[in-house]
Design a protein. Structure first.
Length: 318
């Protein structure tokens, strides 16, 4: 990387000394000529005489848009130092007369400091960009795994988590349970009150489900008005208690929509590993809960059922 330094002075002598003493690309800027629109130098060396002469108005006019935030080495006399402290980007002072050794030391120190600050800024910027990227990825991931209408997980995410958790459950010799839930006669809600009311009921129904389980459990919309809950580290007895609580909460809940009130019921199917499905895999566990749900629907609805014996077929026997 080539380091470039711009020298601002009414005297050629300063430029010559800097050019001879420093191993960098040195350019002399003449304020009596047109100033370029952009100055991309790494460091500016400014002769303080410019602040006291006729060039001062021109210098201040270009200061804001050219090099206000660039590192500045001010060449001055000792008595001028205090008067020019308002130049906030002055990194150091050189007092006339100065030696080549002193010039090299001060310039090297400024460049090292600026290089460190630049690296620090780039690192901070990189961290911020990584954080934004991570937040964006999390947001996109949530979109992919969430049902847009109800705000609960979608079927795809349920199946992914269920497979992962089931393998972990088997490895640790723990338990896992599934609930399948269906709103009874939901078509009547759509036919009588309209699909927008039906959507409102689905969203509120999902809220009731979420309130009855722990945060680590997965509540998902399985399809239409059918929902599923994966209960990790939950044995059959606890799963039945949760199912009963959900069933009762739904029955007691009054749904409000545009001045209308309505109440619904739901049917639930429960399966559990290893108590009900000792030889099942995750898919068989899900199918057993689904079979239990259909058993509830086919025997009167508004109830909780376990799977009938015909649903408990080991995977290898299918």
């Amino acid at each position: 990387m080539v380091i470039s330094i711009a020298v601002f002075s009414p005297h050629r002598d300063l430029f010559k000394q800097v050019n001879q003493a420093l191993p960098y690309l040195i350019e002399s800027i003449d304020f009596e000529k047109n100033i370029p629109d952009q100055l991309c130098h790494d460091l500016f060396i400014l002769d303080a005489e410019l602040l006291d002469r006729k060039f001062y108005p021109h210098l201040m006019e270009t200061w804001e848009h050219l090099f206000k935030e660039k590192p500045l080495l001010l060449v001055t006399d000792a008595d001028r130092q205090v008067r020019h402290m308002e130049l906030t980007n002055v990194c150091d002072f050189l007092f006339n007369p100065f030696s080549d050794v002193e010039l090299n030391l001060r310039v090297s120190r400024i460049l090292k400091t600026e290089s460190f600050q630049r690296l620090s800024q780039e690192y901070t910027k990189s961290l911020e960009q990584n954080k934004q990227l991570e937040e964006t990825n999390i947001f996109l991931r949530q979109l992919v795994i969430t049902d847009s209408l109800t705000g609960v997980s979608n079927r795809r995410y349920l199946l992914e988590r269920l497979e992962e958790e089931f393998l972990d459950t088997q490895r640790r010799e723990r338990c896992i349970s599934m609930l399948m839930i269906d709103i009874d006669f939901f078509k009547n809600v759509n036919d009588k009150y309209g699909h927008q009311c039906g959507d409102h009921v689905l969203a509120e129904f999902a809220t009731i489900l979420k309130k009855n389980v722990r945060r680590r459990e997965v509540v998902a919309r399985y399809g239409g008005e059918e929902f599923a809950i994966a209960l990790f580290d939950t044995e059959l007895h606890s799963a039945m208690l949760i199912a009963e609580r959900v069933h009762q909460d739904v029955r007691n809940h009054v749904f409000h929509y545009q001045g209308r009130t309505l109440q619904i019921t739901c049917s639930l199917g429960v399966s559990s590993y290893p108590e009900i499905c000792p030889d099942a895999d995750w898919n068989q566990l899900l199918r057993a809960a689904d079979a239990a749900l259909y058993h509830a629907k086919n025997t009167g609805r508004d109830k909780i059922c376990l799977p009938p014996d015909s649903a408990l077929i080991p995977p290898e026997a299918e």
